[in-house]
Ligand binder design. Sequence first.
Ligand SMILES: [Zn+2]
Length: 65
Amino acid sequence: MTIIFTYTCPFCGQENHIPSPFSPGLLHCVSCMKAFPIIPVDERTIRYIHLMLDNGRAAADADFI
Ligand SMILES: [Zn+2]
């Protein structure tokens, strides 16, 4: 399971999708290529979601198991 976050480019409005960034930094927009700062995600929160969903297995639709 990978949790993807969306950051909207402040220059062109393009949505940029990246997997859980745990440290602050600059993200280069996939559309206009300009860089903008992003707020990182809390690693403990991401670990909790992985644990709560058994790394994604608990989210499976029971009709297909
Ligand atoms: Zn952009």
